[in-house]
Design a protein around this ligand. Sequence first.
Ligand code: DQQ
Length: 593
Amino acid sequence: MAMAGLPLAACVAFFHLCLLLSPSSSLRLLPVAPDAAGESTGRNGSRTAYHFQPAKNWMNDPNGPMYHNGLYHFFYQYNPDGVTWGNGNLSWGHSVSVDLVNWFALDAALQPSRSFDANGCWSGSATILPDGSPVMLYTGIDARGDQVQNVAYPKNASDPLLVDWVKPEYNPVIPVPADIKRDDFRDPSTAWLGADGVWRIAVAARVHDVGGATLIYRSKDFLRWERNADPLYLAHAAGMVECPDLFPVSEPGVEVGLPASGAGARHVLKMSVMDTVQDYYVVGRYDDAADTFVPEDDEDCRSWRRLDYGHVYASKSFFDPSKNRRVLWGWANESDSVSDDLVRGWSGVQTVPRKIWLDEDGKQLRQWPVEEIETLRSKRVNLLIPEVNAGGVNEIIGVMGAQADVEVVFEVPPLEHADVLEPNWLLDPQSLCGEKGASVPGSVGPFGLLVMASGDMQEHTAVFFRVFRQNDKYKVLMCTDLSRSSTRDGVYKPPYGAFVDMDIEAHGGIISLRTLVDHSVVESFGGGGRACITARVYPDHVVNGNSHLYVFNNGTGAVKVSSLDAWEMATATVNVLPDGLIAASSVSRAQAY
Ligand code: DQQ
């Protein structure tokens, strides 16, 4: 066919066609059978338009994201047989993309098939070897039910799609150690090279009721692994931890990422804590000779910062050499009921891919949707609302409210009038957001956005700030209040909250909010990405009506709106093509048409 020899630029434009025609590819298009997909391809309900999700079934953790030979690969925990977690048959779903926005589904990369993963292929990570080829490390649940660490290699590393993965006979490469319980040992990280030329990985474990640990294993060949005597980090206060990540960051304020070795650089240690189902991180110093990590903050991981103060877990990042950046995803689970999942035919989405870097303060990460997301921005509304008075609500008219990207910059009223912060409020911003919701007036705030709002306002999700005074300083609270997000029963509708770690006075009283609205996702970035809150919402009104967007202020002082831009977002191709077809791989090219 004429397009088989297309240059790369044209392939980018006609990406799915190129995939169809690539000699090594085996992609075909399958019509979605109504019984198999049901509402899953519909755009009216809660299915997202530009967040990553498979065409159907259950998805949880992001696994092994990487950039290889011009393509992004994204793998994920997937149950090919249903909409629940699927203990026993968890596989690695696999999709590829040229732009981190449009994704094309391939066959599952790893499925339970051997004694060392007979009961499930659980989470793991990709490492790009010095010759440019990738290797996967993943947790297998073996025939006895033990958690073991396995490797897998592409059958043909020059296949751009990396369709086939080989699990060597010698697996597992790391059996469960004698001092760890068989079901407390999992989630190998991306490997990094020490100055001694030896690879290291982190593996999560619970050490004999001492606490959650990040164990370090070393290897020269990815086959023989030796455990360091001391864990990299031991969380006495936490139970089991999951999905650890250790990665270097550039100097404060520098937005470029560093590849996995990054010797001498500041590092971030990230852990998912099972007790709280939350992802925490801390900046610290990693010494690659001693394999030690010293957090620059509190020792107790539960008081570390959170990557997302909403409904996100098991996040994973990778270094993207094509743009010198580190990119992070996190799993945003459904928060209605399993019976709703069954009706939808799917469960689980990922956050948008986020670029992450170290803030100028050297302590916190900043996160921002990757720039490619902006290619979906279509209709733009640029509102000139000089200010929103006390009790004011202004509608943002002209964009589809259920599929939007809103960026607004506020200038707060004089800070000396701010309400006084009670010290114990600092410990629990989430409760404070519940106590002081969007309808509770204050001095400086609440002000922000009302999204996914029904015409009668019976349903709406409020994303807002409130500024408090503490001695001579000011604290910015950011909330996403779901209490009115849906009139449906059986939906989890908590308040989410975080303090935005910024000196608002030094910023001239300016604070920004960016909110991505995508049907059932409200993903917000406060203070230039210093605090992120992702929420899942299930408003009833979207099935038959439009969603509205508003900017509001319920504080007594008028809030200036320095700028307000809203874009309607186009629907990306995310494993479901716009014409109602799903992309799936086939066993042979002969079947392509
Ligand atoms: N999910 C995986 C585990 C991981 C957990 C299993 C975190 O490997 O510890 O689906 O959500």
